[in-house]
Design a protein around this ligand. Structure first.
Ligand SMILES: Cc1ncc(COP(=O)(O)O)c(C=O)c1O
Length: 485
């Protein structure tokens, strides 16, 4: 398991030279190496290999310092009042909205930005306010995050039906024929919502953004979950125009946590019906008159006080992304992911059996910088992903394992069938269990086949990170099958 650390630099150097020969475009991303030295030096100082950017982006030190300087040099109060401390803060909140729109090239005439605690908060706003009704449909692809899946409970409660589009195997892209057919079957005269992720947080598969226009042409409203896409890809809302876009800022630039947003078309705000009112969302509410009037625009959707002190951190983070160059980041993570896939696919046990199985589109397929896989021992048995996480942690490598809150992606990748899953849930019901844990499901299906290992690249990733993971993987060849189970 242990590496010969003295060999590491030379072997790494050699691997880097062949990588550059095969991916010459990587060289143009070298300003990101300087950025890493300047702003992310803690990674190398601490010897940490961070490969969980789809879990959370990393913040640059200068981002936090700039935010601190801003807080130290201003007196900020709760926005939406006329006192100077409040008025200043209100201006920063509005600047934040403008900046987000600009970043995504969204016209302020067409879109508004609602600040939320995270992408999940934005998704819940849509779920509770969308006019689902009997006869309507909530259509979604299999590989959504649970916070998109969860909207189905709002749809169901209001009598709409729920329809899932399966993924094709092995690329884990949505089945285009079935999707096209489902879009064509939109019930007339009723609001219907189609939701999908621009990039799967399970497999890194990038779904075709042209579905947005195609679904709209067939009469659907479209919810594009962009949380896993926007940290390393450009989303241009002047070209692709979903009704709703959801994201979390910490995934884009690491800091601040606690803020996400819903970018919504102004034209659809009117059809959203909030189930309640709260501080900040109304112009007038009366106790004795038993009336309330919602505010116009984004404020109507921001319950209570927004995380106002952190909102300037969004502007700072977006600026840092711009300076680093989103296209450059995109290029870098693409090269690293392609190289990683090739290297991992080339690893075999000495009996010739492959060491890993990678899920989702191939190296040159429609994918982002997220690579999801499972390890297999020399006997062809899958190695428990939790064990892999534990072994990687010993090497100071941060990866994520499990199903990443994306059960549909996992079920498709791992070949878990509806019947087997239903049988587990049925048994739990028969046993009158009020709680059913992931561990219970693992035990019911097969403890080792309910998850995977996810490696994801981002703004501060470099070749050494990818190389360290490949070396870690290599160390599992022919290794200790018995003790790994
Ligand atoms: C594609 C996708 N959507 C939504 C979410 C939910 O984000 P949050 O937990 O920040 O609300 C995530 C988080 O991993 C995600 O990857």
């Amino acid at each position: 398991m242990s590496h010969d650390t003295r060999r590491r630099p030379a072997a790494q150097q050699e691997a880097f030279q062949s990588f550059l020969a095969a991916w010459p475009e990587y060289a143009a991303t070298s300003p990101l190496d300087q950025l890493r030295e300047r702003d992310y030096s803690r990674l190398d100082a601490l010897g940490e290999v961070y490969l969980d950017y789809t879990g959370a982006g990393l913040y640059g030190a200068s981002q936090v310092q700039e935010h601190l300087r801003l807080l130290e040099s201003h007196v900020f109060g709760n926005p939406h009042s006329r006192n100077p401390a409040s008025a200043q803060m209100s201006e920063w909140v509005e600047r934040g909205r403008r900046d987000v729109l600009e970043h995504f090239q969204a016209s302020p005439e067409e879109y508004v930005v609602v600040f939320t605690p995270n992408a999940t908060g934005a998704l819940k706003l849509i779920g509770e306010a969308y006019p689902f009704a009997p006869g309507g449909v909530y259509l979604l692809t299999f590989d959504n995050h649970n916070s998109v899946n969860g909207i189905r409970e709002f749809a169901r409660a209001r009598g709409a039906s729920i329809r899932y589009i399966p993924l094709s195997i092995p690329d884990l892209l949505a089945d285009t024929e079935q999707l096209q057919a489902a879009l064509g079957e939109k019930p007339a005269g009723i609001d219907c919502l189609f939701a999908y992720p621009a990039q799967s947080n399970f497999s890194g598969a990038q779904h075709d953004l042209s579905w947005v226009g195609r679904a709209q042409a067939a009469g659907w409203d479209v919810l594009l979950d962009a949380a896993a896409f926007v940290p390393t890809n450009r989303l241009d809302l002047s070209r692709v125009k979903p009704e709703f876009v959801t994201l979390s800022f910490y995934k884009m630039f690491g800091y601040p946590t606690g803020i996400g947003c819903l970018i919504a078309k102004r034209a659809v705000l009117g059809k959203l019906h909030r189930p309640w009112f709260a501080g900040g969302t109304i112009t007038v509410a009366s106790v004795q008159g038993d009336r309330y009037y919602l505010a116009e625009g984004p404020e109507a959707f921001e319950d209570g006080t927004v995380d106002f002190l952190n909102i300037p951190g969004v502007e700072i983070g977006l600026r840092r992304l711009r300076e680093a160059g989103l296209d450059r980041i995109h290029q870098r993570v693409r090269c690293l992911a392609e190289w990683l896939i090739g290297e991992l696919e080339g690893l075999h046990h000495s009996n010739g059996r492959p060491l890993v199985r990678i899920y989702g589109p191939g190296a040159r397929g429609p994918r982002g910088g997220t690579v999801t896989l499972n390890f297999y021992d020399a006997g062809g048995e899958v190695i428990d992903h939790l064990k892999i996480e534990e072994l990687a942690a010993r090497e100071h490598i941060s990866i994520r394992t499990g199903c990443f809150c994306n059960p549909g992606g996992g079920e498709a990748a791992l070949g878990l069938r509806a019947e087997a899953l239903s049988a587990c849930f049925h048994r739990a019901e028969e046993e009158r269990r009020s709680r059913f844990t992931l561990e219970d499901l693992r035990m019911c299906i097969d403890a080792k086949s309910t998850g995977a290992v996810r490696v994801s690249f981002g703004i501060a990733s470099n070749f050494a990170d990818a190389w360290r993971f490949v070396e870690f993987a290599r160390s599992l060849r022919d290794c200790c099958s018995g003790s790994l189970r």
